[in-house]
Write a protein that binds this ligand. Structure first.
Ligand code: IPE
Ligand code: IPE
Ligand code: MG
Length: 249
Protein backbone atom coordinates (compact mmCIF):
# COMPACT_ATOMS: atom_id res chain seq x y z
CA UNK A 1 0.00 0.00 0.00
CA UNK A 2 2.75 2.45 0.97
CA UNK A 3 4.44 1.97 -2.42
CA UNK A 4 1.25 3.21 -4.13
CA UNK A 5 1.48 6.63 -2.46
CA UNK A 6 2.57 9.52 -4.67
CA UNK A 7 4.93 11.52 -2.45
CA UNK A 8 4.44 14.58 -4.65
CA UNK A 9 0.72 14.69 -3.93
CA UNK A 10 0.56 14.25 -0.19
CA UNK A 11 -2.12 15.93 1.90
CA UNK A 12 -0.27 18.76 3.66
CA UNK A 13 -2.59 18.42 6.63
CA UNK A 14 -4.43 15.32 7.82
CA UNK A 15 -6.95 15.51 10.63
CA UNK A 16 -8.38 12.54 12.47
CA UNK A 17 -11.52 11.95 14.51
CA UNK A 18 -10.23 9.07 16.61
CA UNK A 19 -13.53 7.37 17.38
CA UNK A 20 -14.67 3.97 18.64
CA UNK A 21 -12.53 3.35 21.73
CA UNK A 22 -15.53 2.55 23.92
CA UNK A 23 -17.06 0.16 21.40
CA UNK A 24 -13.67 -1.51 20.91
CA UNK A 25 -13.48 -2.23 24.67
CA UNK A 26 -17.06 -3.49 24.74
CA UNK A 27 -16.44 -5.76 21.77
CA UNK A 28 -13.49 -7.27 23.62
CA UNK A 29 -15.73 -7.97 26.61
CA UNK A 30 -14.45 -5.20 28.87
CA UNK A 31 -16.98 -3.25 30.89
CA UNK A 32 -14.70 -0.24 31.38
CA UNK A 33 -14.51 2.05 28.34
CA UNK A 34 -11.16 3.38 29.56
CA UNK A 35 -9.61 0.09 28.48
CA UNK A 36 -10.33 1.20 24.92
CA UNK A 37 -8.74 4.60 25.48
CA UNK A 38 -5.59 2.98 26.90
CA UNK A 39 -5.32 0.72 23.90
CA UNK A 40 -5.61 3.67 21.55
CA UNK A 41 -2.06 4.84 22.22
CA UNK A 42 -0.51 2.45 19.71
CA UNK A 43 -2.81 3.84 17.02
CA UNK A 44 -1.74 7.38 17.89
CA UNK A 45 1.92 6.36 17.76
CA UNK A 46 1.59 4.69 14.37
CA UNK A 47 -0.30 7.64 12.92
CA UNK A 48 2.36 10.10 14.05
CA UNK A 49 5.17 7.87 12.80
CA UNK A 50 3.39 7.12 9.54
CA UNK A 51 2.85 10.82 8.80
CA UNK A 52 6.45 11.61 9.72
CA UNK A 53 7.86 8.88 7.48
CA UNK A 54 5.92 10.09 4.46
CA UNK A 55 6.64 13.76 5.03
CA UNK A 56 3.12 14.94 5.86
CA UNK A 57 3.55 18.39 7.38
CA UNK A 58 0.58 18.66 9.76
CA UNK A 59 -1.46 16.10 11.68
CA UNK A 60 -4.37 17.10 13.91
CA UNK A 61 -5.79 14.56 16.33
CA UNK A 62 -9.21 15.19 17.87
CA UNK A 63 -8.52 13.89 21.36
CA UNK A 64 -11.22 15.50 23.50
CA UNK A 65 -14.18 17.60 22.44
CA UNK A 66 -16.01 20.37 24.30
CA UNK A 67 -18.98 18.00 24.48
CA UNK A 68 -16.85 15.17 25.90
CA UNK A 69 -16.87 17.06 29.23
CA UNK A 70 -20.43 15.75 29.57
CA UNK A 71 -19.24 12.15 29.86
CA UNK A 72 -19.20 10.33 33.22
CA UNK A 73 -16.74 12.00 35.57
CA UNK A 74 -14.59 8.88 35.96
CA UNK A 75 -14.10 8.61 32.20
CA UNK A 76 -13.16 12.30 31.90
CA UNK A 77 -10.64 11.99 34.74
CA UNK A 78 -9.16 8.84 33.22
CA UNK A 79 -8.80 10.55 29.85
CA UNK A 80 -7.06 13.52 31.45
CA UNK A 81 -4.54 11.35 33.29
CA UNK A 82 -3.98 9.30 30.14
CA UNK A 83 -3.16 12.55 28.38
CA UNK A 84 -0.42 13.36 30.88
CA UNK A 85 1.10 9.88 30.87
CA UNK A 86 1.00 9.64 27.07
CA UNK A 87 2.73 12.99 26.61
CA UNK A 88 5.44 11.93 29.06
CA UNK A 89 5.89 8.52 27.45
CA UNK A 90 5.96 9.85 23.91
CA UNK A 91 8.17 12.89 24.45
CA UNK A 92 11.49 11.08 23.81
CA UNK A 93 10.28 9.65 20.51
CA UNK A 94 8.78 13.02 19.52
CA UNK A 95 12.20 14.57 20.09
CA UNK A 96 13.92 11.80 18.15
CA UNK A 97 11.49 12.12 15.25
CA UNK A 98 11.57 15.94 15.25
CA UNK A 99 7.84 16.20 16.00
CA UNK A 100 6.66 19.68 16.97
CA UNK A 101 3.69 19.59 19.34
CA UNK A 102 0.87 22.15 19.37
CA UNK A 103 -2.53 22.24 20.98
CA UNK A 104 -5.82 23.83 20.01
CA UNK A 105 -8.87 24.19 22.21
CA UNK A 106 -9.85 25.69 25.52
CA UNK A 107 -6.67 24.50 27.23
CA UNK A 108 -7.42 26.57 30.36
CA UNK A 109 -10.26 24.20 31.17
CA UNK A 110 -7.95 21.17 31.49
CA UNK A 111 -6.77 20.12 34.98
CA UNK A 112 -3.67 22.13 35.90
CA UNK A 113 -1.39 19.07 35.83
CA UNK A 114 -2.47 18.28 32.25
CA UNK A 115 -1.94 21.90 31.25
CA UNK A 116 1.54 21.97 32.75
CA UNK A 117 2.68 18.77 31.05
CA UNK A 118 1.17 19.83 27.76
CA UNK A 119 2.74 23.28 27.79
CA UNK A 120 6.12 21.84 28.82
CA UNK A 121 6.04 19.38 25.90
CA UNK A 122 5.01 22.14 23.49
CA UNK A 123 7.92 24.21 24.75
CA UNK A 124 10.41 21.36 24.54
CA UNK A 125 9.45 20.43 20.96
CA UNK A 126 9.06 24.00 19.71
CA UNK A 127 12.23 23.98 17.59
CA UNK A 128 11.70 20.57 16.03
CA UNK A 129 11.50 20.70 12.26
CA UNK A 130 9.50 17.62 11.26
CA UNK A 131 5.80 16.87 11.53
CA UNK A 132 3.66 19.40 13.39
CA UNK A 133 1.31 17.43 15.64
CA UNK A 134 -1.75 19.39 16.71
CA UNK A 135 -3.76 17.99 19.62
CA UNK A 136 -7.35 19.17 19.74
CA UNK A 137 -8.21 19.22 23.44
CA UNK A 138 -11.38 20.61 24.92
CA UNK A 139 -11.85 21.68 21.32
CA UNK A 140 -14.91 22.23 19.20
CA UNK A 141 -15.40 23.96 15.89
CA UNK A 142 -18.07 26.24 17.37
CA UNK A 143 -15.78 27.17 20.27
CA UNK A 144 -13.07 28.06 17.76
CA UNK A 145 -15.35 30.30 15.70
CA UNK A 146 -16.73 32.00 18.83
CA UNK A 147 -13.26 32.77 20.21
CA UNK A 148 -12.22 34.16 16.81
CA UNK A 149 -15.36 36.34 16.71
CA UNK A 150 -14.54 37.66 20.18
CA UNK A 151 -10.98 38.57 19.18
CA UNK A 152 -12.21 40.29 16.03
CA UNK A 153 -14.95 42.18 17.88
CA UNK A 154 -12.37 43.33 20.40
CA UNK A 155 -10.14 44.70 17.64
CA UNK A 156 -13.09 46.47 16.00
CA UNK A 157 -14.07 47.96 19.35
CA UNK A 158 -10.53 49.28 19.85
CA UNK A 159 -10.50 50.71 16.35
CA UNK A 160 -7.69 48.41 15.19
CA UNK A 161 -9.84 46.79 12.52
CA UNK A 162 -12.83 47.76 10.37
CA UNK A 163 -15.67 45.27 10.26
CA UNK A 164 -15.59 45.46 6.45
CA UNK A 165 -11.96 44.30 6.51
CA UNK A 166 -13.03 40.94 7.90
CA UNK A 167 -12.71 38.36 5.15
CA UNK A 168 -11.86 34.64 4.85
CA UNK A 169 -8.18 35.26 5.45
CA UNK A 170 -8.65 37.53 8.47
CA UNK A 171 -11.08 35.03 9.97
CA UNK A 172 -8.63 32.13 9.40
CA UNK A 173 -5.88 34.13 11.08
CA UNK A 174 -7.96 34.46 14.25
CA UNK A 175 -8.91 30.81 14.55
CA UNK A 176 -6.84 28.58 16.83
CA UNK A 177 -5.28 27.06 13.69
CA UNK A 178 -3.82 30.38 12.46
CA UNK A 179 -0.76 29.69 10.31
CA UNK A 180 -1.73 26.05 9.73
CA UNK A 181 -3.18 25.13 6.32
CA UNK A 182 -6.72 23.71 6.30
CA UNK A 183 -6.87 19.89 6.39
CA UNK A 184 -6.84 18.25 2.96
CA UNK A 185 -7.92 14.90 4.33
CA UNK A 186 -10.12 14.11 7.32
CA UNK A 187 -10.18 10.53 8.58
CA UNK A 188 -12.81 9.17 10.96
CA UNK A 189 -12.78 5.68 12.43
CA UNK A 190 -15.76 3.99 14.05
CA UNK A 191 -18.21 4.22 11.15
CA UNK A 192 -20.12 7.39 12.00
CA UNK A 193 -20.60 9.83 9.13
CA UNK A 194 -20.47 13.11 11.02
CA UNK A 195 -18.14 15.98 11.93
CA UNK A 196 -19.02 15.99 15.69
CA UNK A 197 -18.17 19.68 16.06
CA UNK A 198 -14.60 19.26 14.79
CA UNK A 199 -12.94 21.94 12.63
CA UNK A 200 -16.12 23.40 11.15
CA UNK A 201 -14.45 26.24 9.26
CA UNK A 202 -11.21 24.48 8.37
CA UNK A 203 -12.84 21.34 6.94
CA UNK A 204 -14.69 23.33 4.25
CA UNK A 205 -12.93 21.49 1.40
CA UNK A 206 -11.39 18.50 3.17
CA UNK A 207 -11.79 15.07 1.58
CA UNK A 208 -13.51 12.78 4.07
CA UNK A 209 -12.47 9.18 4.58
CA UNK A 210 -14.57 7.05 6.94
CA UNK A 211 -13.48 3.66 8.21
CA UNK A 212 -16.77 1.81 8.50
CA UNK A 213 -15.66 -1.28 10.39
CA UNK A 214 -12.58 -0.12 12.22
CA UNK A 215 -12.41 1.23 15.75
CA UNK A 216 -9.60 3.63 16.59
CA UNK A 217 -7.50 1.23 18.77
CA UNK A 218 -7.07 -1.02 15.69
CA UNK A 219 -5.87 1.80 13.41
CA UNK A 220 -2.39 1.14 11.99
CA UNK A 221 -0.02 2.67 9.41
CA UNK A 222 -1.58 0.51 6.75
CA UNK A 223 -4.92 2.26 7.31
CA UNK A 224 -3.27 5.67 7.08
CA UNK A 225 -1.71 4.60 3.78
CA UNK A 226 -5.08 3.30 2.57
CA UNK A 227 -6.76 6.66 3.27
CA UNK A 228 -3.96 8.58 1.53
CA UNK A 229 -4.09 6.35 -1.55
CA UNK A 230 -7.85 6.92 -1.76
CA UNK A 231 -7.35 10.68 -1.27
CA UNK A 232 -4.92 10.72 -4.19
CA UNK A 233 -7.50 9.17 -6.51
CA UNK A 234 -10.04 11.91 -5.89
CA UNK A 235 -10.57 14.95 -8.06
CA UNK A 236 -10.68 18.04 -5.87
CA UNK A 237 -12.70 20.60 -7.77
CA UNK A 238 -13.16 23.42 -5.25
CA UNK A 239 -16.40 24.39 -6.95
CA UNK A 240 -15.05 24.35 -10.48
CA UNK A 241 -15.96 21.91 -13.26
CA UNK A 242 -14.01 18.76 -13.90
CA UNK A 243 -12.97 20.13 -17.32
CA UNK A 244 -11.51 23.26 -15.74
CA UNK A 245 -9.57 21.24 -13.20
CA UNK A 246 -8.13 18.97 -15.91
CA UNK A 247 -7.08 21.84 -18.16
CA UNK A 248 -5.31 23.50 -15.25
CA UNK A 249 -3.36 20.25 -14.92
C1 IPE B 1 -13.18 8.23 20.99
O1 IPE B 1 -13.78 7.02 21.35
C2 IPE B 1 -12.39 8.85 22.11
C3 IPE B 1 -12.97 10.08 22.66
C4 IPE B 1 -14.06 10.67 22.27
C5 IPE B 1 -12.25 10.69 23.76
P1 IPE B 1 -15.15 6.99 22.13
O2 IPE B 1 -14.87 7.06 23.58
O3 IPE B 1 -16.08 8.03 21.62
O4 IPE B 1 -15.69 5.54 21.76
P2 IPE B 1 -17.15 5.16 21.25
O5 IPE B 1 -17.46 6.03 20.09
O6 IPE B 1 -18.08 5.39 22.40
O7 IPE B 1 -17.04 3.73 20.87
C1 IPE C 1 -15.70 12.81 18.56
O1 IPE C 1 -16.11 11.59 19.05
C2 IPE C 1 -14.72 13.45 19.51
C3 IPE C 1 -13.41 12.81 19.60
C4 IPE C 1 -12.98 11.81 18.88
C5 IPE C 1 -12.51 13.42 20.55
P1 IPE C 1 -17.45 11.46 19.91
O2 IPE C 1 -17.58 10.02 20.24
O3 IPE C 1 -17.44 12.40 21.03
O4 IPE C 1 -18.56 11.91 18.85
P2 IPE C 1 -20.12 11.61 18.79
O5 IPE C 1 -20.65 11.87 20.17
O6 IPE C 1 -20.29 10.18 18.40
O7 IPE C 1 -20.65 12.52 17.75
MG1 MG D 1 -17.38 8.07 20.06
Amino acid sequence: MKESIDLNNLPAHISVIMDGNGRWAKQKGFTDRIFGHRNAIQAVRETIEGCGELGVKYLTLYAFSTENWNRPKAEVMALMSLLVSTINDELPSMMKNQVRLKAIGHIESLPSKSQQELLAAIDKTANNTGLTLVLALSYSGKWDIVQAAQKLADKVEKGELKSTDINDEVMSNHLSTAGIPDPDLMIRTGGDHRISNFMLWQLAYAELYIFEDLFWPDFRKLHLHQAIVDFQMRERRFGKTSEQVKSEG
